[in-house]
Design a protein around this ligand. Structure first.
Ligand SMILES: [Zn+2]
Ligand SMILES: [Zn+2]
Length: 296
């Protein structure tokens, strides 16, 4: 079984971006130009409680999608939900006084897809994440939650590994959450596979898990056959296979210019999921969605 369709192209995009329409430092036009120049295929403008893009359209060759970020403050944590490709009804449906669960429903009713933003920065607990029915993904990396912008909780992998170990296998994206445009923008991205670059194509990919998160390295293919996972990728220095097992002997492949690695699933030890992580020579990572080994 191949996780990626060999006949479909990958499209690079950022699903979480702010402009001066909320608390971002650059105007929507400046932000759009910046990502287009960096050869992104799609961009979602997700201002807080605002819908900055009216309708899906192309700016030059880059697809711009309407989005929104809904944020809810609880006592010991916050819950931020990004809505991708929402229609204008989100503005009348969503309300700060509602729950995040309701916000996710509102995003879906407005035709959008809901993503849990920066769960590590937000100090979300497993119990909180479990309640968020209807999200298509969680941000495994959120650039602006890192140094020097807002502490050092950009990386949510451990939290999402804990969730997956408890049976909550969430697909993952990486997003800039750009606000300042001082280096956090254009660093974390999501690669989606679609028949064509369109709002429908992006949404379908988000629904079906046809994507991976990255800050640099690229997956070529992940193939599962006879209880073995085989990964091919751009040259990296480490390929790691995380799972619910504490110890697994062959989980790390290290070397120079690695472009493939294999991993045998420990079925007899109840290895329930595997997440593949690529790390390049600069320490930049890419993360596969968690592979549900029970479904194989
Ligand atoms: Zn946020
Ligand atoms: Zn944000």
């Amino acid at each position: 079984m191949k996780l990626f369709d060999p006949d479909k192209p990958f499209y690079k995009g950022n699903l979480h971006t702010h402009t001066t329409n909320s608390d971002g430092k650059l105007s929507p036009d400046e932000v759009t130009g910046r990502y287009q120049e960096a050869e992104y295929d799609f961009l979602v403008l997700t201002d807080h409680w605002k819908r900055t893009v009216e309708t899906p359209h192309f700016y030059r060759n880059m697809l711009l999608l309407p989005g929104i970020e809904l944020d809810y403050n609880l006592t010991d944590e916050v819950i931020h939900i990004v809505g991708v490709n929402v229609d204008e009804s989100i503005l009348t449906r969503a309300d700060r006084r509602h729950t995040a669960r309701r916000g996710i429903r509102d995003i879906r009713r407005a035709g959008g897809r809901a993503i849990l933003a920066h769960p590590a920065w937000s100090l979300n607990t497993l119990e909180t994440i479990r309640e968020l029915d209807g999200i298509v993904a969680a941000e495994i990396y959120n650039s602006v939650s890192g140094l020097p912008w807002n502490g050092d909780r950009a990386d949510a992998m451990i939290l999402l590994d804990i969730a997956a170990s408890h049976g909550l296998l969430l697909n993952t994206v990486a997003s800039d959450d750009s606000h300042f445009y001082t280096g956090e923008d254009r660093t974390s991205f999501t690669m989606i596979q679609a028949d064509e670059l369109s709002a429908e194509g992006v949404c379908k990919a988000l629904d079906t898990g046809a994507f991976y998160a990255s800050r640099g390295p690229r997956f070529e293919q992940i193939e599962i056959e006879n209880g073995e996972i085989h990964v091919t990728c751009s040259p990296v220095s480490k390929i790691v296979f995380h799972s619910n097992l504490f110890y697994s002997r062959y989980r790390c492949a290290c070397g120079e210019g690695l472009t493939e690695a294999s991993y045998r699933i420990n079925a007899e030890q109840m290895e329930r999921f595997v997440r593949v992580i690529l790390i390049d020579e600069n320490g930049l990572r890419a993360w596969s969605n968690p592979i549900d080994t029970r479904a194989l």
